[in-house]
Structures are given as C-alpha cells and as structure tokens.
Design a protein around this ligand. Structure first.
Ligand code: GLA
Length: 376
C-alpha cells in the first residue's frame, strides 16, 4: 500500500548556489573556506516509476534524456551528468533504486562560478534521500556530490560547493575546516553594504583541466615538504619557511602555487577576525589581497576578471574590496559595495566593461539564503 502511494508522489527538492567570501582553492588543500548559500537555486521534481526507466527533463534547456538503471553513464548533453552522477554514486554504494522521472529547473546562472552544478547535485540528492528513505546526513550528501563531480564531470573539486548548498543559513556565512569538516556559522552583519557579483560572461574551456593541474601542483609541493617534514600531510600543515626551504629551490612555479594557499589560509582567519570586530574596511582589503594572490601566484584569473577588480579599485568611495570568486578562468567577481552606491557603481562598471572589452556585464546583488530543502 505504501509503495503504490510512493510511486504516485512527486517530491520537489530545492538547493541553492553559493558565494565564497574568502578562502579560494583552499578546500582541497585541507584548509578553511567561508562560503554562504545564495537565494538562487536549482529545483528537482522527482517521481518514482514502476519500471527501470530514467527520464530526465530540463525545463531550461527544453531537452529530455532517457536511460535505464543499468546504463547510468555520462552523457554528451552535459546537464544530465549532474543528476546521473549522484545516481551513479548511490548505485555504486549498493542503494536499491527504481526507475524515476525528474524535471529540473532553476535560476542559478550557469557558468558564473556560483556552483549551479553542486546546486543540481544537492537538489537531486535531497530528492533521492526523501524518495527512498535513505537517511543520509547532509555531510554525507555533500561528499557524495563531490564524488559525483569527480566521476561524471572529471573535475577534482573540493567539498566547499555542495557543503554550502546544503548547510547555508540566512544571514550567516560558514567557516568550514575542510580537514576536520567542523564548521561554525558566522553572523554576517554588513548593514549598509551589499555583496555584488559582476559576471564576466567568460566561460573558459581551460577551467577544468587547469583546476586539476593546480591540485596536482599543490600535491607536488606537499610531497617536497613531507620528504623533510613527514608530519606535513597537506598545505594546511605547511608554513612559509617550510616552502622557502624545501620547495622554492626545487620548483618556483610549485612554490608560488603553495605560497598562495598557505597565505590564503592565514588571510581567512584574519578576515574572520575583521568580521568579528566589525572591521569591514580591513575585511575588504583582504578581498583585494586574495585577488592579487589568485591572479599572480595561483594564476587562475583572466584579463576580464582582472579588469573588473581594477575598475572596482577606482571607486574607493563605493567599494571596500573586490576579487574573483570560485575556480577561476571566468565567472564572477565578488565586491563589497556601499548600499547607497550599488546602483551608480553598477552603471559605471557596465559602461567601463562595454567600452574596454566590448561586452555586456551582468550584475547581481547576492542575498544570503538557506541551504537546500524539500518543498512542502
Ligand atoms: C570550485 C570548486 C571548489 C573550490 C573552488 C575554489 O568552485 O568546486 O571545490 O575548490 O573552485 O575555491
């Protein structure tokens, strides 16, 4: 009796995109991150079937993708992979699923570095968890989404994006220790200021391959340090003097990558102190410093992102800090902007972007929202 009502039931799950205040490319180095969920999300409407068919529809792409439970494979279409990737993880873990139908939609801009992919994966996991009574905790879901991304998107991402999508809380950022997975909610009181995203409109094809290269370079640096200091297991355990002693003489490029990560971890702690003290000016300065590191040491920026940050610097009366956000090679910058100046500053940025780069600039105000849930 239960089964037949179960089959007819449509479950709608929602999970949001994310921003990250500071702590970039630190998650897969066992460091800290400071993300928050935003008020834009992916939605999955899920219904079990009595057979083994899987029918996926994307409202936004106006496309359908069909397969069966025994053939959950990567698709050329792209968007189905974020749904199928988590199904694949559950099947590999021995979870018994039936066929199902899913409709997917959402308003997280794709390719803007706001983690629309993690949002889709987490919405799907929330729906599967509810439909099959899996009793997964949210951290397990975040780890499952991360593994799905490794296997089906081929990008060796860290835990930050699905974590933020699942754990977000209105009015708060989260300081996550990616080594222990302990986290705290930090109230984000920025009265009078707004977090503004400038979408460069650039989606670089290098993003995923270069991301994996950065990860390897960090691992190479850790190996060089660990050869002398076996207690060092990740860049979280490394210090600048260690990098100078054991990495710099061997490989300058690896040294610069690792230096950025070690500095960024320290910067995040200082930035959290700034927030606690209500020192938004200090916090803003660290955003600029992070951008410098990402652009010159870690080299994951691009001319458009650098341009947006340089333009932001020209308006110190309006902007406290600005930096590229997320994996890099395109996507958005995040800027802390005086509320009363958001409109005029945005207009000036749009004009400058059009004039210098001949492109339209999309600007969004990021509002911090709650993490994913089942919609009742
Ligand atoms: C992408 C990845 C995250 C993180 C950021 C950079 O968003 O998905 O895991 O590594 O890049 O901080």
């Amino acid at each position: 009796m239960k089964e037949s009502t179960d089959h007819a039931k449509v479950i709608v799950a929602r999970s949001p995109g994310r921003i990250n205040l500071i702590g970039e490319h630190t998650d897969y180095n066992n460091g800290y991150v400071l993300p928050a969920a935003i008020d834009k999300a992916a939605y999955v409407a899920f219904k079990k079937r009595q057979d083994d068919k899987i029918i996926l529809t994307s409202r936004d792409f106006k496309e359908t993708h069909e397969t069966i439970l025994d053939k959950v494979e990567r698709s050329e279409k792209g968007w189905p992979n974020y749904l199928l990737g988590v199904v694949d993880q559950l099947l590999k873990a021995g979870v018994a699923l039936t066929g199902f139908e899913v409709e997917l939609w959402g308003d997280v801009p794709a390719g803007a570095g706001l983690s629309s992919s993690a949002a889709v994966e987490c919405a799907m996991l929330l729906a599967l968890n509810e439909a099959y009574h899996l009793d997964m905790d949210r951290m397990k879901m975040a780890q499952t989404a991360q593994s799905a991304e490794h296997a089906f998107a081929g990008v060796k991402v860290g835990i930050m994006d699905p974590f933020a999508s699942l754990f977000g809380k209105e009015g708060h950022v989260m300081r996550l220790d990616c080594r222990s997975l302990d986290f705290v909610y930090v109230p984000f009181h920025t009265e009078g200021y707004k977090l503004v995203l400038c979408d460069s409109g650039v989606h670089h094809s290098l993003a995923s391959s270069e991301y994996n290269v950065r990860r390897q370079q960090c691992e190479a640096g850790v190996a060089m340090v660990a050869a002398h200091r076996p207690e060092v297991h990740s860049l979280r355990d490394a210090t600048l003097p260690m990098l100078e002693a054991y990495v710099a003489p061997k490989d300058d490029l690896v040294f610069r990558r690792c230096k950025y990560v070690v500095e960024e971890n320290a910067r995040l702690i200082e930035a959290c102190n700034n927030l606690e003290d209500g020192d938004l000016i200090g916090f803003g300065k660290r955003l600029y410093q992070t951008h410098e590191g990402l652009s010159h040491l870690y080299e994951v920026s691009c001319p458009e992102l650098d341009f947006l940050v340089e333009e932001a610097r020209k308006h110190p009366e309006a902007v406290l800090g600005s930096r590229m956000m997320g994996g890099g090679f395109g996507g958005c910058t995040l800027s802390l902007v005086k509320e009363g100046a958001v409109e005029s500053w945005s207009a000036a940025m749009k004009v400058a972007y059009q004039k210098d780069l001949g492109k339209e600039l999309k600007i969004y105000v990021a509002n911090i929202g709650n993490g994913g849930n089942i919609q009742h």
